[in-house]
Ligand binder design. Sequence first.
Ligand code: FAD
Ligand code: N01
Length: 556
Amino acid sequence: MSEVTPSNSDGQAAREQVDVLVVGAGFGGLYAMYRMRALGLRVRCIEAADGVGGTWFWNRYPGARCDVESLDYSYSFSNELQQEWRWSHRYAEQPEILAYLNHVADRFELRPHIRFETRVTAMQYDAERATWVAYTNHGPRVEARFAIMASGNLSAPRIPDFPGIERFNGEWHHSARWPKDGVDFSGKRVALIGTGATGVQMLPKIAAQASMVTVFQRTANFSVPARNYPMPEDEEREQKAHYPALRKAARLQNSGMSRVPIPTRSALELSDDERLRVYEALWQKGGSARMMGAFTDLMRNAAANETLASFVREKIRSIVKDPAKREILTPCDHPIGSRRLCVDTDYYETFNRDNVALVDARRTPIQEITERGVRTTDAEYEVDAIAFATGFDAMTGALNEVSITGRDGIRLRDKWAAGPATYLGLMVHGFPNLFIVTGPGSPSVKANMVTAIEQHLEWISDCLTYLDEHNLATIEPTADAEDRWVEHVNEVANGTLFPKATNSWYVGANIPGKPRVFMPYVAGLPAYIKICDEVAADGYRGFELQKALCLVTGHS
Ligand code: FAD
Ligand code: N01
């Protein structure tokens, strides 16, 4: 499958030559291998974990599950796979999604391509040979014509730089590095730091076990109920009867989901009573995509958005009994949906338990971790364990953790010092033949990620076929195309309410010092797919295509 050249004095293989390097073996990396192999290319995947699954390998915290319905949050590329695989619930839990991804790796014989427990530490482009050289923390370096970064956009976990963590006497874990054997919180006092999508999933599970949970919340988020249920046979049968058509339909949806109706009217067209009935029905049905997709203008018009925001605030107030907790939990500083809308099971209800306390970490920020627990500006909270649900260096973290050097010695980290710049979220000027899956400037995190991942890898695979058919050696976006894409991404975002949340990870605000740039492309998946398809049909408009030494410029 690959050529390994032993060249060290101790006989250890020093260099492995393949056609395509894939970094990461999550949803993205697995499909990348499948597609590359289908093109007859030699592929090597490097994965830091000791198994496949990516997100679903690492995030083993209690309550972890998807919030896109599993019938949608799954691969579409094999009809046999989607017909045969059975999801137990509307939203599968982490172990089931991990089992699915293991099944995919086995079924399509992808494991032999993967080198596990190995981290890519640096990558360097050798322009003379038009080759990427990837250095790893052990084993041979990998040399490949093409590199696909399927390293994930929520895969670089982040613990805030609280001083003192090393002297804490209890145990502590980050949600995305949760122990495989789980954590027994029985009878323990637990601090839960962070109330994003992860924290809201964790809390009810931890509270059911621990003697006391103290939740540290900095920003109050909106959350809506999941209303998970065992998969009804008729629902599954119906989906499977029309699966190929439904998967196509998913790509015509901003959400990338087939099971969410496309909105047709403004929230402001309805009377207050009619609108409330719509929201109430959606609240009972559960799920965030249906809620945010109820009307055409929820993310475009502040008044429309406020109708939903006030509905959810009322729900929170009606559930949480303690007036002080209610006040702290009620979001008031951002439009609903402008930070990621959380999906929960009994999150707000859990604050009615006697063993759950809430600290407003905006009013009294966490200062340090002590031997005994967590100290804020006004108190020390003694605990036996700390659960960090403090998120990720999102979108750019995993890419910047690798020292990537492109043409003419440009380092990706330096190039992105003021914020990431890509063309289509897929490629970067100065970094030929390096593809990013769900990169900044792509819709990725604003859609069903599996749909977004499949679309990216199909585009990449078609692109490699084109290069081959036209005897082209390299592809790289022009500086101009990249600049215009970045402008377009910003322009689209500025036409929505997303930038109103100035403190979300969409703008990198959770990482001190990270440039505040809105990173996802929010025109919706169909608009994005249309642009990608047109670019390809137009001879890869905006890209420079190089044939051995002669340069062919795709017109733009
Ligand atoms: P990942 O799954 O993150 O995989 C990246 C892999 O690359 C990892 O295994 C990592 O170890 C490896 N890697 C990174 N850097 C290196 C390196 N330098 N060397 C070697 N290996 C490296 N999305 C949805 O659409 N719906 C959901 O319901 C949903 N739920 C989520 C729940 C959680 C808890 C989280 C954290 C995310 C969720 N997401 C969801 C987003 C999720 O990340 C994507 O859906 C999807 O799993 C991403 O797949 P990926 O292959 O692109 O990246
Ligand atoms: O991370 P987050 P996450 N002091 O960044 C807080 C996906 N996902 O792991 O909001 C105190 O959202 C921080 O506070 P603030 C999904 O895309 C999906 O929860 O910055 N608190 C916040 O409360 C999601 O959006 C699913 O003010 C501090 C929390 O930590 C993404 O992953 C499930 C702090 C981090 O929240 C990330 O979610 C889980 C400090 N110094 C995840 N620093 C599903 O689909 C940070 N915080 C179901």
